[in-house]
Ligand binder design. Structure first.
Ligand code: GLN
Length: 487
């Protein structure tokens, strides 16, 4: 009840649809309380309020994707992840605000207005909550729920976690079902989890980490066994139990754009791990400097195809206009999309349509796919464990490599909302894209990555930054374990 009261008393615009103040959810929480008292809780989240990003379908609440085009849309079914949480006794704590269809890094591209970060800067100014799962992160940070489900295509769970001081986890691609999750870029999309601690996030991950026959990209039971066999074989299991771990620090990530507080938090985290007996090794990921541009070719290309279905006929809102042989001043399809989509979504559809067009595809889309392979290879070359799903990939090969990689989640602390929204100082979209430089490599390679809040004493006051742990494909529990060491 306190969480729901917080949803109404603190307006960070974290929710597009909050929970009703008086509602059926209360009965479900009380039933869970009884089970708790009897010592028979359904799971670690029985009776917990878990908010859900508004691009994940729910039968009982609308799913808008923060878009005009789905403004009044309610799905006829629940996403698998929602069904799984409910079966575990959790209660959906409302639908959280986001950048339209997940496109953005500050949760300001929303039909329902920007999300405000519950943390403000020293002068009391509102800061960006990060994006695109900014509403999910803010709802956790402001105690408006216990934890939240977001989606992470190129950093959308990790970046908001870093900006709001929460924990954000992006699992290996294909582990958590995407059925009922509105697609942005299918080959990159994952469902991620935001919580106050890694332990909370792990509980939820363990509930959701199962094969789903309705999602064709959900990892098969066979492949899951193969991961177990490969990553948890006797020679490697020591990594989960004892020290020391080999920690990698990518030399290329030490960019000049990084602010001093982020640099301090990174150094502090490495020193902390070293003190616990782990060893630090510099590694090279030479192709990751191309990861950002690759991501911003592939993401929009997939999005342009996915978003073609919003035509005013099958889903969502429909604008006025003649159907088919209408006048040059507008047809139903053009009017619906023109009015329904926001500026950033239109930009990406245009970009994606171009890079897939006959004249451009070889130079953009195909090249980007090649670079994506190189980024994946870079990671494979530095991890001790081989990629468990690679052609001949079981077991261990090398002994001079690393178990996990540690780097910042974002190059700087959250920008002020007023600066981002100031129309007199128009920003190039590229400025926003650069924020994703540390998060997109793991997305392109499908690897598990977590962002945890790290506080260091700064020049004047304590400073907070998100530090990221990236691991080999399928090594999700190791990534969370190292994240926990840094909390
Ligand atoms: N900021 C990135 C983008 O705009 C990532 C978004 C995401 O992960 N959904 O595409």
């Amino acid at each position: 009840e306190r969480c729901v009261a917080n949803q109404y008393s603190h307006n960070f615009n974290a929710f597009i649809t909050p929970l009703a103040r008086a509602g059926q959810w209360l009965d479900r929480v009380r039933e869970a309380d009884e089970r708790q008292e009897q010592g028979t809780p359904k799971s670690a989240v029985d009776g917990r309020l878990i908010s859900v990003k508004d691009n994940i379908c729910t039968r009982d609440l609308p799913t808008t994707c923060a878009s005009g085009i789905l403004e009044k849309y309610t799905s006829p079914f629940n996403a698998t992840v929602v069904d799984r949480l409910e079966a575990a006794g959790a209660v959906v704590a409302g639908k959280t605000n986001l950048d339209e269809f997940g496109m953005g890094s500050n949760s300001i591209n929303s039909r329902f207005g920007p999300v405000k970060n519950p943390r403000r800067d020293a002068s009391g100014e509102f800061l960006s909550a990060g994006g695109s799962s900014g509403g999910s992160a803010a709802s956790v940070a402001a105690d408006q729920c216990y934890a939240s489900l977001g989606t992470d295509t190129g950093g959308s769970v990790r970046l908001p976690a870093a900006y709001t001081g929460t924990v954000g986890f992006k699992p290996s691609y294909g582990l958590i079902s995407r059925w009922g999750v509105v697609a942005y870029a299918n080959s990159l999309d994952t469902v991620g989890i935001l919580g106050k601690s890694t332990a909370n996030v792990r509980d939820i991950f363990d509930i959701l980490n199962e094969h789903d026959h309705r999602d064709p990209t959900s990892l098969s039971v066979f492949s899951r066994e193969r991961i177990q066999h490969s990553l948890h074989n006797p020679q490697l299991t020591s990594r989960l139990k004892s020290t020391p771990l080999r920690i990698g620090v990518p030399v290329e990530y030490n960019v000049s754009e990084m602010t001093s507080s982020v640099r301090r938090a990174w150094a502090h985290s490495l020193a902390h791990l070293k003190k616990q007996g782990h060893t630090i090794h510099s590694i090279s990921l030479p192709d990751t400097k191309h990861a950002l541009s690759t991501y911003y070719v592939l993401g929009p290309a997939e999005a342009s195809s996915n978003l073609a279905k919003y035509d005013g006929v099958r889903y969502g809102t429909r604008a006025e206009g003649p159907d088919g042989d209408g006048r040059p001043d507008g047809y139903l399809y053009a009017n619906t999309r023109g009015e329904g989509f926001g500026q950033e979504v239109k930009r990406r559809i245009t970009l994606g349509t171009f890079s897939l067009s006959a004249n451009a595809i070889d130079n953009y889309f195909i090249q980007a796919q090649r670079v994506r392979r190189l980024v994946q290879k870079d990671f494979d070359a530095v991890f001790t464990a081989k990629h468990p799903l690679a052609a001949h990939g079981t077991g261990i090969t090398k002994d001079n490599d690393v178990d996990v990689i540690i780097c910042p989640t974002a190059p700087s602390s959250p920008p002020r909302l007023s600066d981002l929204m100031d129309k007199s100082k128009p920003k190039s979209p590229l400025e926003g894209y650069v924020t994703d430089v540390y998060t997109v490599p793991a997305s392109l390679a499908g690897l598990p990555a977590i962002s945890v809040p790290v506080t260091v004493s700064g020049e004047q006051e304590a400073e907070l930054a998100g530090i990221q742990v990236i691991g080999q494909y399928g090594d999700d529990h190791l990534v969370m374990k190292v994240g926990e060491m840094l909390e």
